[in-house]
Design a protein around this ligand. Structure first.
Ligand code: DGL
Length: 279
């Protein structure tokens, strides 16, 4: 039987978007083995009810825990926002880390004027988890939450730069960053949280439509740092210096997972490295 420190880190997302988090984990912890599950059959989570997201999230967690993991990363913002407590309750023996708190911490560090915009899926914004996490650190913060569901489709489609994503970004973000005259003198956010796995791919288009001084926060790197510290604290970091392995699981269409996943990960994924699972 494997020593606990030698077990892989489990990561799940509703699809391939969480590979942006996997990439950050891999960069921060090159020696760790990682097993990634993308629940592509049931994507998107961001438009589903809280009840359904909890059910799907708990099933994904159970699949990874069944295979033997030492820590579970919920890379999906929607599942982190809605299902984190249920996942912790269902798995008391395994540390569970989501992306919302690390993202909120990074936003609070970045913001000087305490006006923070959060963009995410409909369910993430409606659940208010980012708003609560930011207020827990900065009670005075003014938070503008805004759902941007079309960004998910654009990122999946690979339409991440040029006129179309910039027009969509301007339509979503102008009311927050360039309010029409006559709407008083609202404080313009100096920080924008990309509260969805897919949005980092659109960061260049987003950057082109927000004021140049805006800090764009992506929770992937902060989440990787949180995981690194937690493993260190629990003495669970993998000994040795050889490169860690990555295994991929998907609930639907292996070739599509490999194809679109390669774009999110930034390196090719071989179809032979992806296993089809039924939850
Ligand atoms: N992974 C989801 C998130 O980060 C985006 C895609 C979806 O709606 O499932 O919120």
């Amino acid at each position: 039987m494997k020593n606990q420190a030698e077990l892989p880190i489990g990561v799940f997302d509703s699809g391939v978007g969480g590979l942006t988090v996997l990439k950050a984990l891999r960069e921060r912890m090159p020696c760790e083995d990682i097993i990634y599950l993308g629940d592509t059959a049931r994507l998107p989570y961001g438009t589903k009810s809280a009840q359904t997201i909890v059910r799907y999230g708990v099933q994904c967690g159970a699949e990874l825990i069944k295979r033997g993991i030492k820590l579970l990363v919920v890379a999906c913002n929607t599942a982190s926002a809605v299902a984190l407590d249920a996942l912790r309750e269902a798995n008391p023996g395994v540390p569970v880390i989501g992306v919302v708190e690390p993202g909120a911490q990074a936003a609070c560090r970045a913001s000087d004027n305490q006006a923070i915009a959060v963009i995410a899926t409909e369910s993430t914004i409606a659940g208010g988890a980012y708003q609560r996490a930011i207020h827990a650190i900065r009670p005075q913060a003014r938070i503008l939450g805004h759902p941007c569901p079309l960004f998910v489709a654009l990122a999946e489609e690979g339409w991440t730069d040029g006129q179309i994503p910039e027009a969509v970004a301007a339509r979503y973000l102008d009311p927050l960053f360039r309010p029409a005259s006559g709407t008083g003198h609202p404080v313009i956010p100096d920080t924008l949280v990309l509260g969805c796995t897919h949005f980092p791919l659109l960061a260049p288009a987003i950057r082109n439509v927000v004021p140049s001084h805006t800090t764009i926060v992506d929770s992937a790197a902060t989440t990787a740092e949180t995981v690194y510290r937690e493993l260190d604290r629990l003495n669970l970091d993998r000994p040795g210096s050889d490169c860690g392995s990555t295994a991929y699981l998907t609930t639907d269409d292996v070739p599509r997972f490999a194809r679109t996943g390669s774009r999110f990960l930034g390196t090719p994924i071989a179809e032979t490295d992806v296993e089809l699972v039924d939850l």
